[in-house]
Design a protein around this ligand. Structure first.
Ligand code: G3I
Length: 371
């Protein structure tokens, strides 16, 4: 009798042991953004050093579960990578690229040419005068070829030039423009392509629903294409607010860039829930309470309005998913958003897909099928 019992138990014991040995199977039923929207476009977010280096496990969990594309908020900018002539600091950007590779994510490089965080040594001589066009071209080429070349085949695409146009469609009077004129943009695209012929190349800017800027970018696309230069997409940052821009004007820009023959990427999406000016519609200065109306939490009415408007933008991106190839939000949870201190420091904002408890906002739960 006893021998029969053991024989009956043996199969169950073997199964139990195998379960112990096999790695925990991913929860196939776990809802994730990248599964829910992956057939439309890449869904990305920005990382900071804390997430990359394992010092922010809560954000790290959200990134690995929900996102399949990453951009670093600052580590790949000129001042961070190349603070002095001949001196490169790659530790932070190397760690970022490794994070993406280790987690099977699409890595985006942001950004090669930008008027901000541009060290003086690049554009001014020891007397503080602007350097010659030849000197700047040599420094741009050296920076871009070194950085893009380092990550050749590892970074899928680069924000080659960021924020070169003003809202009236004119060129921003950056040192790049003052020294090289309009030529700095095609040169940047040329240098990037030379450094990694397979990398996608993007022009990136904010407030792209503004007619004159839209028209300037459409002209730029035509100029680059006419010179046989590679430009794959336009990055629309999409730092939007509760009352700007109109969704239909944002849509007009998507259509205009598509008609110009490029893809569109939503590269820095967030929506402030707070006032974007320090005066009211009557011109009266806003009080501190009006500037920071939700120090603890958003009231349901404001939260519902925020989710509804975010869903309008998301539905627009899905409508144009034949053109929109990536949607990146500019941060993981509300805690880490740059908007908590912009344009006024010390405010509590609610601009991202995940709240301060790292939980998906209402419209995100709808996308996940959890609502
Ligand atoms: O550099 C330190 C880093 O070493 C440290 O680990 C980290 C600790 O939190 O702080 C870093 O400091 C600053 C970082 O923000 C903190 O998040 C960086 O010095 C500072 O440059 C960085 O500011 C970034 C800003 O661009 C300027 O580069 C913001 O994160 C980033 O959200 C913002 O993003 C810009 C886009 O590039 C272009 N479009 C507008 C957007 C918002 O301004």
């Amino acid at each position: 009798m006893k021998r029969i019992h053991i024989l009956l138990l043996l199969p169950m014991m073997i199964v139990a042991c195998l379960n112990e040995l096999s790695p925990a199977m991913p929860d196939e039923e776990e809802t994730t953004l990248k599964k829910a929207v992956g057939h439309h476009f890449l869904i990305g977010t920005t990382l900071n050093n804390a997430i990359v280096n394992g010092r922010d496990p809560a954000s790290d969990r959200v990134v690995k579960r929900h996102f399949n594309a990453i951009t670093h908020g600052y580590a790949m900018k000129f001042a961070m990578l190349h603070p002095a002539e001949g001196r490169y600091l790659f530790d932070e950007s190397d760690a970022f690229v490794r994070y993406g590779e280790q987690n099977g994510m699409t890595v985006i490089g942001h950004c090669l040419v930008w008027h901000k965080q541009l060290p003086d040594w690049v554009v001014r001589d020891k007397d503080g005068n602007l350097v010659t066009p030849e000197a700047l071209k040599a420094r741009m080429r050296e920076h871009i070829s070194t950085v893009v070349g380092r990550y050749r085949g590892r970074v899928k695409g680069w924000d080659v030039v960021n924020e070169a146009f003003l809202e009236d469609g004119s060129y921003r009077q950056s040192p790049y423009y003052e020294i090289l004129g309009e030529e700095f943009i095609p040169l940047a695209f040329q240098y990037a392509h030379e450094a990694d012929p397979d990398a996608e190349l993007y022009y990136n800017d904010g407030n792209m629903a503004v007619t004159k800027r839209r028209e300037a970018v459409v002209r730029l696309i035509g100029q680059l294409k006419a010179r046989g230069l590679r430009i794959d997409a336009v990055g629309m940052q999409a730092h939007v607010s509760m009352n700007f821009p109109k969704v239909e004007n944002f849509e007009k820009s998507i259509q205009a860039f598509a008609d110009a023959g490029v893809k569109v990427m939503i590269t820095e999406w967030d929506m402030t829930a707070l006032p974007t000016t320090d005066t009211g519609s009557d011109g009266r200065p806003l009080t501190p309470e009006e500037l920071d109306p939700y120090p603890e939490k958003m009231p349901d009415s404001a939260s519902q309005a925020w989710n509804a408007r975010m869903k309008q933008f998301f539905d627009l991106f899905v409508k144009y998913s034949d053109v929109v190839t990536r949607v990146t939000v500019w941060g993981v949870s509300d805690i880490d958003s740059w908007l908590n201190d912009f344009p006024f420091p010390g405010r509590t904002d609610y601009p991202l897909l995940f709240d301060r408890e790292y939980q998906p906002k209402t419209f995100v739960r709808e996308i996940l099928g959890e609502e």
